[in-house]
Design a protein around this ligand. Structure first.
Ligand SMILES: [Zn+2]
Length: 447
């Protein structure tokens, strides 16, 4: 384990930004703050001159799909995807099920073991996708997660009664239910009115009202069941407002997540990007996108995750001819921080402390791993990223992601993740990953 001394950094705190230093030994933070308060390590193995770069805790992405042997092709696995994470400053991921269910303690243990062998970053798991609520909730909690994912829409649609019962059982156990909120009946009806197969029609198949209705009902279900609720990937400002009603009136915690793609794009962008913006929920109007930025600014949205979903470019290209063919979902773990700094902080939409809240502190709290993760408190895990200001054009070639594409291709950004430290070791520099698969640890997340 090395000792690292980071000098001449702009350290982001909960309330501001201060010039200072960070001292790290044995994988933990020894000190972080003004130089006068940080004792100089006697003989550090590594001195990093940050040269005025901004220092933040490593980011936590609470919504990723990275490991599914039944679904993902060769080369897309937990090793390549967590490498992509660490290249972009994300030093912890929470992995959600995709196609392969994780609804038993044994499946949890197996997935934790399989991912541990491949992980570049520390990770936690979510159980799901729950359709039958009569699962071994206590056993799954013992196996390392109190987070359960369920859907109000295909292909993992759970009935209203199943969601209510799951929430009662998880609420009793002290856990949280994460809900994909789009009402299937409205999706069915919207789809029935469409006969084309060009990319633009996909947006019409997933109307805003499907999201609003499902968020509202998830709120009432959580209230009824006394179960903490986390609403994943909210795609509209109106959706955020809908969820916000339950933060004040519900007897249980309600947390709201959005993703960079809903802040970066609106449905008008699909004409240019086609299947490379196919995502669920679908993109909404420009006005909803602006309202969503407002909700990110004012704290209505609690945190940002990515819903990272990896595919190769070729499997997406077929969607130009038939948008119904490719799987929905976008890669985003590696670009989250750079997008939010470039388009958020540098465009004066959010402050550095607000960014720290959105991608470090709040996600760590949501995942039950704060302040071990998401802070620079003394004695916590030494996960740190340095971000530099630099104008550049985003290209898939400039990323570690193996899929060969990014929805942000060609955009002009102004922030680059420079150096990433995880567990007290330099693990990435300029998107070049220096860690090895298997260094990441499974985060058993007790209640
Ligand atoms: Zn997802």
């Amino acid at each position: 384990m090395t000792d690292i001394h980071i000098k001449d950094a702009q350290v982001v705190t909960a309330s501001g930004i201060q010039h200072g230093e960070i001292a790290i030994s044995d994988g933990t933070i020894d000190a972080a703050g003004p130089a006068s308060s940080v004792p100089t390590p006697s003989d550090p193995d590594t001195v990093i001159d940050a040269d005025g770069m901004v220092a933040l805790p490593g980011a936590i992405d609470v919504h990723t799909h990275m490991h599914d042997d039944e679904l993902f092709p060769d080369g897309i696995d937990f090793a390549s995807q967590t490498a992509s994470a660490v290249a972009g400053g994300v030093t912890t991921v929470i992995e959600l099920p995709t196609q392969t269910p994780v609804t038993t303690p044994e499946a949890m243990q197996e997935k934790a073991a399989a991912c541990s062998a491949l992980a570049h970053v520390d990770f936690g798991l979510v159980a799901g996708n729950v359709q039958d609520p009569d699962i071994d909730v206590a056993g799954i909690v013992d196996a390392g997660t109190a987070d359960f994912k369920t859907f109000t829409a295909d292909p993992y649609l759970a009935s209203d009664a199943s969601i209510a019962r799951l929430m009662r059982r998880v609420g009793d156990a002290g856990g949280t239910v994460r809900v994909h909120c789009e009402t299937q009946g409205l999706l069915d009806d919207a789809r029935s009115a469409i006969d084309g197969d060009e990319p633009e029609v996909y947006m019409d198949s997933r109307p805003l009202e499907a999201e609003l209705d499902a968020i509202s009902r998830a709120g009432y279900f959580a209230e009824y069941a006394d179960c903490p609720l986390h609403v994943v990937h909210i795609s509209s400002g109106s959706g955020a407002r809908e969820g916000d009603r339950f933060k004040s009136r519900a007897n249980v915690p309600v947390t709201l997540e959005t993703c960079p793609q809903y802040l970066a794009f609106s449905k008008g962008d699909v004409a240019e990007h086609g299947p490379f913006l196919k995502v669920n929920p679908s993109l909404k109007s420009d006005a909803e996108r602006e309202r969503l930025w407002d909700a990110v600014q004012d704290g209505t949205i609690d945190l940002i995750g990515t819903d990272h979903f990896p595919t190769y470019r070729e499997t997406r290209d077929v969607g130009w001819d038939d948008i119904w063919e490719p799987y929905a979902g976008l890669p985003g773990v590696e670009t989250m921080v750079e997008f939010l700094v470039s388009e958020g902080v540098h465009e004066d939409r959010i402050s550095w402390p607000r960014l720290r809240e959105l991608v470090c502190a709040a996600p760590a709290q949501n995942a039950g791993i704060y302040p071990k993760k998401g802070s620079l408190q003394v004695g916590t895990d030494a996960d740190v990223m340095l971000v530099r200001t630099e104008e550049y054009e985003v290209t898939a070639d400039g990323l570690t992601f193996v899929g060969g594409w990014t929805p942000y291709e060609g955009q002009q950004w102004s922030a680059r993740v420079d150096t990433v430290v995880a567990g007290g070791e330099v693990v990435a520099k300029d998107h070049e990953v220096q860690s090895t698969a298997g260094r990441g640890q499974f985060l058993d997340r007790p209640l």
